[in-house]
Design a binder for this molecule. Structure first.
Ligand code: SAM
Ligand code: SF4
Length: 329
């Protein structure tokens, strides 16, 4: 199992399949002047499989597919199937806006998808449209229902909390856990990419303490639950008599860098060492120069060794070169 220079075990790889997206959430993707990687610069299914094999060979067991929007990738079912068959990979998940999910969810599950995190910021259709732009409540909700019908369990819902856009809607979202055994997770805004999305994220940031107070005021006390895994980034709670879980992901107000177990692979083939930092290591070049699993293993181990100790948001340092849609969350 690879350990970084701070003794953290790094065993979870998040793979971005594309930097394209069918939505344009205000804090993630600008509307204009977007530069997407040309398709020949994206890693192919063969190359992704090679990296996943190398990761498994050095002790990674968990892989999450993300983006941009991973379901835009025409070979997404094939990629899931190839990764799920790799010895040592026991946990294959996806983070998605679920718009394209209903017609393909059964194929994804048959191919080996085990977990899904679905992103919906509010249950209010008008506010959803303003915040997630191009997205509609009906389509995302249909995606969530299709995931549940296909047996994906537990359904995890990602909510990015933004002042004046959905901060009042957190109560309705948390209320979902009363009847359903879902995990509804409230995420603090992070400023990435240096441009308008970063500026929006800084201006509209809502601390977890405020979200929590709002939920408790309307729905009752949140009882803390034991961590399901030491590196679970969410602090989990249960509302009185609820079936599901309310989680808070607080990278700004309560950083969890000390228990980070992640490495990220960008869609254009670079290991991104920390979400909130620009350091990267190119693996695509080695792959395209004929490198095999052993070469990728060496690059990955070097990337693990160079992970920074933690983010430096409090000093005003964040990712400048990449936006969230180019890294995958
Ligand atoms: N398109 C998919 C989706 O939205 O779930 C996968 C990619 S998206 C970049 C992954 C996650 O990043 C989203 O679920 C969203 O919760 C989160 N996210 C995006 N921008 C963010 C920001 N500025 N701060 C905090 N979380 C953000
Ligand atoms: Fe697309 Fe996800 Fe970013 Fe929203 S958060 S723009 S759905 S990549």
């Amino acid at each position: 199992m690879p350990r970084d220079q701070f003794g953290r075990q790094i065993n979870y790889l998040r793979i971005s399949l594309t930097d394209h997206c069918n939505l344009r959430c205000l804090y993630c993707m600008p509307l204009r002047d977007l530069q997407f990687a040309p398709s020949e610069e994206l890693l192919s299914a063969d190359e992704i499989e090679m990296v996943a094999r190398a990761a498994a060979a050095v002790g990674f067991y968990k892989i999450r597919l993300t983006g941009g929007e991973p379901l835009l990738r025409p070979d997404v079912v094939e990629i899931v199937g190839r990764i799920a068959k790799i010895d040592g990979i026991t946990d294959v998940g996806m983070t998605t806006n679920a718009i394209l999910l209903p017609p393909m969810v059964e194929q994804l599950v048959a191919a080996g998808l085990q977990r899904i995190n679905i992103h919906i910021d509010t249950l209010n259709p008008a506010r959803l449209k303003r915040l997630m732009r191009f997205g509609t409540y009906e389509r995302i909700w249909a995606g969530i229902e299709s995931a549940e019908r296909a047996g994906l369990h537990p359904i995890k819902i990602n909510v990015v909390v933004t002042r004046d856009h959905n901060d009042a809607d957190v109560v309705d979202l948390a209320r979902l856990t009363l009847e359903r055994d879902w995990h509804v997770r409230f995420i603090e805004l992070m400023p990435l990419g240096g441009g308008e999305c970063a500026a929006f994220s800084l201006a509209q940031y809502v601390p977890t303490s405020e979200t929590r107070d709002r939920i408790e005021k309307d729905l009752g006390e949140l009882t803390p639950l034991p961590a399901s895994h030491p590196s679970d980034e969410a602090r989990n709670y249960r509302l009185p008599a609820a079936r599901g879980v309310v989680g808070f992901i607080s990278p700004v107000s309560e950083p969890y860098c000390g228990s980070c177990n992640r490495m990220r692979l960008t869609a254009d083939g670079r290991f991104h060492l920390c979400l909130l930092n620009d350091d990267e290591m190119d693996v695509k070049k080695a792959l395209r120069n004929g490198g095999g699993v052993d070469t990728v293993k060496q690059i990955l181990l070097r990337a693990v060794a160079h992970k920074p100790t933690g983010h430096r948001l409090e000093e005003g340092v964040s990712t400048e070169i990449r936006g969230m849609f180019q890294i995958g969350g």
